[in-house]
Write a protein that binds this ligand. Sequence first.
Ligand code: ADP
Ligand code: MG
Length: 252
Amino acid sequence: MGQSVLITSGKGGTGKTSLTAGISTCLCALGKRVVCVDADVGLRNLDIALGMSERSAFDFMDVINDPGRIGDALMAHAGIPNLRLLPAPTGLSPSDVPHEAFKTLIQRLADASDYVFVDGPAGLSDGFELAAGACESAIVVASPDYLAIRDASRASQMLAKHSPVWLVLNRVRPKLVRMRYAANMDDAMDSIGLPLLGIVPEDEIVMAATSRGVPVILAASTGAAVSYLNIAKRFMGIRVPLERIKVWKIGS
Ligand code: ADP
Ligand code: MG
């Protein structure tokens, strides 16, 4: 049976969707079967980050209403074998989704894959509860700015029942860390109280690849692409040292 993993942060814009796409595509490159579930109900965009924005006819609410539709709703990635996406419904709010049925759906997907990554929404209310309640483990994504760290710390406190829970620091800009405008890794880990799964540099390729509809791992072999691959390896239990971040094109 596979593992269900919530990707969350508290604060919006920290890179949850980008990390969901990055870690999922890398795990597939490492031979794993991955299902990505967009749980950002009403504001879905994981399809864009995965380069799968061709219009999908079905979403997870269709599967909750008719479990027989699962085969129609799961979209296979054209360029990455073993990667499938289940989109979020638009035009609904998280309170319209029956939480138990969503949890059952995630368990069913986990039964038939190695990992299910659930891309959570911003905030810690309804949508967070829906996504968190369906997953057994979690990754908290924070940028190293102090606002994001405080929100990540709140998110981490709300994940007491999840195990394991990891931290990923995203959009790391060494210059800002050196100038103490951003937290360093130790401060971030201490404040949030979670073990570090990896760091991802601020890297133009993340936005550039998304705008071209290409997953980062297929668009580059440096910077964020290396970080995503190392995060995926550590997630599988492979020991990989933290990379030294050299790519910081924006604002360097
Ligand atoms: P969230 O899902 O947490 O709201 P996104 O993954 O949508 O965040 O990312 C927000 C924006 O930041 C997007 O434009 C994305 O391309 C950009 N972004 C995410 N991670 C990085 C990174 N490491 N370097 C540069 N831009 C990034
Ligand atoms: Mg998002």
